[in-house]
Ligand binder design. Structure first.
Ligand code: NCD
Ligand code: ZN
Length: 336
């Protein structure tokens, strides 16, 4: 099976030693990825985004991979600033304050008038807005409660491309087609697991993430639009590495590390569900290229049906399916 030019439209590469340790897990198999800005401190200025991109380029070494950079949204971004940084970024990521890892400086309250100057300037400059869509309500309801905020933003800024990141609920799937300017990313793990896999038996810290995995009917709704490669939906792994001690701890950090197994397990999932390779190709690359108007570096990944055991860790980070068997492995990666 061959996949061409895979793109990961939501990726955490971190910084420092972690970046050096895990960057190649994505850069070897993917052609490019949208890089999340939730560092400490977050990426908020032109200097910071340029310097972070340089550190990523250093960490990936010889791999042919494009980090599509993002800034951490601030309501005070104005047109002059956004024009000055336009060429360095592909999108801007909005986090509600305190909702997930390193999001303390995010937005509180979603007052359209307060957000108008920044969001209008983004629409004019054609900068997509990626959104972590959760309220601070009850954990299972946070995403569904955020749908009304998506509706408010989508109708107030009809020319702004709004990407609902890592959607996990049927409510998000339903709103997707109601507004022309709404798009979505879906992770691998939310296509595979429900809350039962996280906390239904022994607690599985390596499957704990934000948004938390939901109910079987939510997973079915996500699977439907992913397997049919709905044109407004893209793969975004939300691969979010944390050191093993931070996950296997009494205050477990949120995030599932899927970068090293993402393509192989997606291939297995699409095959098991009798979805076509054409649809997998659209989900993993084609849709994102159209939505974001990207022309990524060509890469061909050949997968073979050969069962392998996933390593127990990658430099101290435990991947999804650690020590378990997966059906596909990567045979060859060619540039071009
Ligand atoms: C992400 C992280 O660790 O940075 N964690 C997660 O559970 N997904 C942040 C995020 O995307 O919410
Ligand atoms: Zn994320």
């Amino acid at each position: 099976m061959q996949l061409t030019t895979p793109l990961d439209m939501h990726l955490h590469l971190r910084d420092g030693e972690m970046l050096d340790n895990i960057a190649k897990c994505s850069a070897s198999t993917f052609s490019g990825a949208i890089i999340m800005p939730n560092l400490v401190p977050p990426v908020r200025t032109k200097e910071e985004v340029v310097a972070y991109k340089e550190r990523i380029m250093k960490a990936i070494g010889d791999e042919r991979f494009t980090p599509y950079m993002t800034l951490f949204f601030k309501p005070s971004y104005d047109k002059v600033f956004l024009e000055s940084v336009r060429d360095e970024i592909t999108a801007i990521k909005l986090y509600p304050a305190g909702i997930t890892t390193n999001s303390e400086g995010g937005v509180s309250g979603f007052d359209v008038e307060e957000l108008r100057p920044a969001l209008e300037a983004m629409s004019e400059l054609d900068i997509p807005l990626c959104v972590h869509g959760e309220t601070n309500g009850f954990v299972m309801d946070r995403e569904a409660e955020f749908v009304s905020i998506y509706e408010k933003l989508a109708s107030a800024f009809p020319k702004l491309k709004i990407i609902m990141e890592h959607i996990t609920t049927k409510e998000s799937v339903e709103v997707l087609d109601k507004f022309e300017n709404l798009y979505a990313t879906i992770t691998l793990h939310h296509l595979l697991i429900t809350l039962d896999d996280v906390a239904g038996g022994m607690l599985k810290p390596h499957l704990f993430c934000k948004p938390i995995a939901k109910r079987p009917e939510d997973r079915e709704a996500l699977l439907k639009i992913a397997l049919e490669a709905h044109p407004k939906v893209m793969f975004g792994s939300d691969s979010a590495p944390h050191p093993k001690h931070a996950k296997e701890s009494c205050g477990c950090a949120a995030g599932v590390f899927t970068a090293p197994i993402a393509l192989q397990v997606l291939a297995e999932l699409f095959e098991n569900k009798n979805a076509s390779l054409e649809n997998l190709q659209a989900f993993i690359s084609g849709n994102a290229q159209k939505i974001y108007a990207l022309s990524p570096l060509a890469k061909t990944v050949t997968l073979e049906k050969k069962s392998v055991t996933v390593p127990s860790d990658y430099n101290g980070v435990v991947p999804m399916y650690a020590d378990e068997k997966i059906a596909y492995s990567i045979k060859e990666i060619k540039n071009g």
